[in-house]
Ligand binder design. Structure first.
Ligand code: HEM
Length: 132
């Protein structure tokens, strides 16, 4: 083992099994988000491939995996959608429930919640009101 390997913490993304585990989580997360009548509407005009891509990118980013996404920034992509804080929180709960169901360790889920808190201001619309 090299010094680098000793001091470089394994990312959550690697700990849960990398891309194949993220793919499995995406399937479950996708079902939950689209089955939620308050959230499904955001994705009506987004095609299936793009929806899954969105969820995979979102999961990878919050799990500290490689950020291979080279598109628009989070704020640019989400501010026009007018997402209120309440809807953001619901997506976060679906994500936490997905990871719990898949047996992801609690410390990882705790860190996912922390990241969700950190990027909230970029995704939630400043003018979406208190969020109903
Ligand atoms: C941490 C939270 C989130 C992350 C990291 C994230 C990430 C992303 C990324 C990378 C894209 C692609 C942007 C592009 O292709 O230009 C995207 C698009 C999108 N996101 Fe999110 N997202 C998050 C939360 C949400 C929430 C809470 C909703 C809805 C309630 C949402 C709905 C959408 C929709 C509808 C699009 C497509 C927008 C379009 O094509 O114009 N996202 N998101």
């Amino acid at each position: 083992m090299t010094v680098t390997e000793e001091v470089t913490p394994t990312s959550h993304y690697e700990r849960i099994g990398g891309a194949s585990s993220v793919k499995a989580a995406v399937e479950l997360f996708y079902d939950k988000v689209l089955a939620d009548p308050e959230l499904a509407g955001y994705f009506v005009h987004v095609d299936m491939v793009e929806q899954r891509r969105h969820l995979a990118l979102m999961l990878t980013v919050v799990l500290g995996g490689p950020n291979e996404y080279a598109g628009r920034g989070l704020a640019e992509a989400h501010q026009p959608l007018g997402i209120p804080a309440a809807h953001y929180a619901k997506v976060g709960e679906h994500l936490a429930a997905t990871l719990t169901e898949l047996g992801v360790p609690a410390d990882i889920i705790g860190d996912v919640r922390t990241v969700l808190g950190q990027v909230q201001d970029q995704v939630v619309s400043a003018d979406a009101g208190a969020g109903a």
